[in-house]
Design a binder for this molecule. Structure first.
Ligand code: CA
Length: 256
């Protein structure tokens, strides 16, 4: 097995207002798999849901010979992501139905599998408002479209981005993992080039730092993923840290 060149670094922080951290993330460099999840739902529910979603991925991977499918062929990445999210959905629903205090828990999820074969690229699947961005040559492109009420309003021309950012329903999601028996993740594929940077994050980051500011921080700390994660989390907290903050940054290391 060849050494993977793409490496991720992740950081999560409770923020300055919430008492618990209901976000979770996974950085599996050996598999090229990176996940961010943002749990929701009352007392203990949120952190259970995001953890169960990540655990489901870990269990699927552990039960699979990683040198073989489902991860090896690029064309299987989409079905791997979709089927694992569907499994996580069923598991969170099931757990919520068995345990009254976990009822109605759910989680967002954005999962990226980086393929390093000839057609190198990022397979991205998501549900909810956790995001994946591609930063290339000083330009930031959002790879995911939030499954949220305000995002729908923006697309229908009913709100501007600026109005959406302060709208009272800005936290309301239209899709989440673990809420409904039917789940439909969005999937996209983004070809990658040397020098690209992928950023995954929860809304605790994007609601504190807009895209314009994000570009500024990326320019500043592009060379050092761990310093960049630290910088972004610190900046969110400096601005009030209204929510849990989670960020995963993936870059291609030097070619050896
Ligand atoms: Ca959040």
């Amino acid at each position: 097995m060849t050494t993977r060149r793409w490496k991720g670094y992740g950081l999560t922080d409770v923020g300055r207002v919430r008492r618990s951290n209901q976000d979770a993330f996974l950085v599996a460099n050996d598999l090229g798999l990176f996940i961010v999840a943002d749990g929701m739902g009352g007392h203990a529910g949120g952190d259970v849901a995001s953890r169960l979603a990540i655990e489901t991925f870990q269990q699927v991977l552990a039960s699979t010979d990683t040198a073989a499918p489902p991860l090896a062929p690029a064309d299987r990445a989409e079905s791997f992501l979709r089927s694992t999210i569907t499994m996580a959905n069923a598991r969170i629903l099931d757990e919520g139905q068995r345990t009254p205090e976990l009822r109605n828990m759910g989680t967002t999820l954005v999962a990226v599998r980086i393929d390093e074969s000839d057609a190198a690229g990022a397979h991205v699947a998501h549900v909810g408002d956790s995001r994946a961005y591609l930063y290339r040559e000083r330009t930031l492109r959002q790879l995911t479209q939030d499954h949220s009420v305000v995002e729908d309003f923006v697309r229908q021309g009913l709100l501007t981005r600026e109005e959406a950012a302060i709208h009272p329903r800005r936290n309301a999601l239209t899709r989440a993992v673990g809420i409904d028996p039917a789940i439909e993740p969005d999937y996209t594929f983004a070809p990658l080039q040397p020098g690209d940077l992928l950023l995954l994050c929860t809304d605790g980051l994007t609601k504190m730092i807009d895209d314009q500011d994000l570009v500024r921080f990326l320019e500043q700390s592009f060379q050092s993923p761990d310093a960049l994660c630290r910088l972004l989390v610190d900046e969110c907290n400096r601005r009030g840290g209204a929510d849990n903050i989670t960020v995963v940054v993936c870059t291609q290391g030097p070619q050896s």
